[in-house]
Design a protein around this ligand. Structure first.
Ligand SMILES: [Zn+2]
Ligand SMILES: [Zn+2]
Length: 400
């Protein structure tokens, strides 16, 4: 799997986009069966002796216990910090979890292992940053592309904000562990990847219309990762070894591209803005959170339908500068039926209704989500020009 790091480095090396790309601060990425067995050797080589394992009750059983046993057998000093759920029974990356891990992590700790999915990684990232400790990632599900990122979306006083922290120095993604993850987690991972259809399209037009920095190499690497998932959709839907490996490799690739660019534009467009809007509304109402990738998958279907409708040109935008290019970018997005089919094949939700998002919230988000970020997207283009995204959404005729 370290060939993946090498090949991304190689592809980005010849880039002449003019923007500076950071080197990847990740030393090792292992993605295979039995890679947890490699953790003690890696830590030994780094001369880390006291290790804190951050997990929750579920991920402790999925991988935390096993990796802790391996470390104990190899003579490491270990401490297991099991993050407690909140009143709704969920483990959240909020003040309570952050303080718990900050307080429990023993003084002499040399490195922290994050054992879990996105939330446990975000908690650990923050604690590693505060305590100036290296972070090692042990994902337990192929559910999100943020394992390798430095940004931690944290819930502070009820609001989600992304805080720049640290990337892991190593990732040990054990396929035997990932295979045991719930199907909904894998479906979320595919949803996060399918989101690259609209995010890549938005990134392109953000360069054309918003003069935002664009890197065709980075776009190409992300696109290849996405295509790998689409070509192997059957293996992913069967959750077989190869399918999960391809999905996880794609998610890790997307994450590494973001690290190299220092921003998330290739991986996050209007579909992520919708998802963030829904998430904030759920937080405000005190409702249990939905999986990130499940929201992104549904939002991708909605945005893709709207963008294809927009490409039909039945509105005043056809007079604008660059319209032909904009049209061509959005006209090639997959049809909603196709996106639905892919997400259905992994039993993921495909409509806002299935996800539990009300018509009212959906409407509000289509008018307001573009204001959450400066980033230029097709959704911003529509709203800034008083073209109603909701009318386009209903004009698709698919969702009634
Ligand atoms: Zn995402
Ligand atoms: Zn570049």
């Amino acid at each position: 799997m370290n060939h993946l790091l090498a090949s991304i480095r190689e592809k980005m090396k010849n880039c002449h986009c003019g923007h500076q790309h950071k080197d990847i601060p990740i030393e090792v990425i292992e993605l295979d069966q039995n890679v947890l067995e490699l953790v003690p050797g890696y830590l030994e080589a780094k001369n880390y002796r006291a290790i804190t394992v951050v997990c929750d009750a579920n991920t402790y059983l999925a991988a935390g216990k096993h990796v802790n046993n391996l470390l104990e057998e190899a003579g490491f000093n270990t401490y297991v910090c099991c993050v407690k759920p909140n009143d709704r029974g969920e483990v959240a990356a909020d003040e309570r979890s952050l303080v718990q891990v900050l307080l429990e992590t023993p003084e002499e700790t040399d490195a922290i292992l994050a054992v879990g999915a996105g939330t446990l990684h975000d908690i650990t990232r923050f604690v590693c940053y505060q305590r100036k400790l290296p972070m090692i990632s042990v994902p337990t599900a192929a559910s999100v592309d943020g394992f390798t990122s430095a940004g931690a979306p944290l819930i502070i006083r009820g609001f989600k904000q992304t805080i720049q922290t640290v990337c892991p120095i190593a990732v040990f993604a054990d396929l035997d562990v990932l295979l045991q993850a719930q199907q909904s987690m894998t479906a979320a991972g595919l949803g996060d990847m399918l989101g690259k259809f609209t995010s890549l399209a938005d990134w392109k037009i953000s360069n054309l219309l918003g003069n935002e920095p664009y890197c065709s190499h980075a776009a190409e690497v992300t696109k290849e990762a996405l295509e790998g998932c689409v070509e192997n959709i059957e293996a992913i839907s069967r959750s077989d070894l190869n399918g999960i490996k391809i999905l996880m490799e794609a998610l890790i690739t997307s994450g590494i591209v973001m690290v190299m660019l220092g921003h998330s534009k290739p991986a996050s467009g209007a579909e992520h803005h919708l998802s963030h809007y829904w998430e904030m509304e759920y937080l405000r109402r005190g409702k249990a959170a939905l999986l990130h990738g499940a929201k992104v998958g549904v939002a991708t279907i909605i945005m893709s339908s709207i963008y294809r409708q927009m490409a039909d040109g039945k509105h005043g935008l056809t007079e604008m500068e660059h319209w032909e290019q904009v049209r061509n970018i959005y006209a090639t997005l997959p049809e909603q039926e196709q996106l639905q089919k892919w997400l259905r094949s992994v039993n993921g939700p495909v409509t806002a209704k299935e996800l539990g998002i009300s018509d009212e919230l959906l409407t509000k988000s289509l008018y307001e989500a573009h204001t959450l970020r400066e980033r230029y997207t097709g959704l911003k283009l529509l709203n800034n020009n008083d073209v109603s995204p909701i009318e386009m959404y209903y004009a698709t005729g698919v969702f009634h």
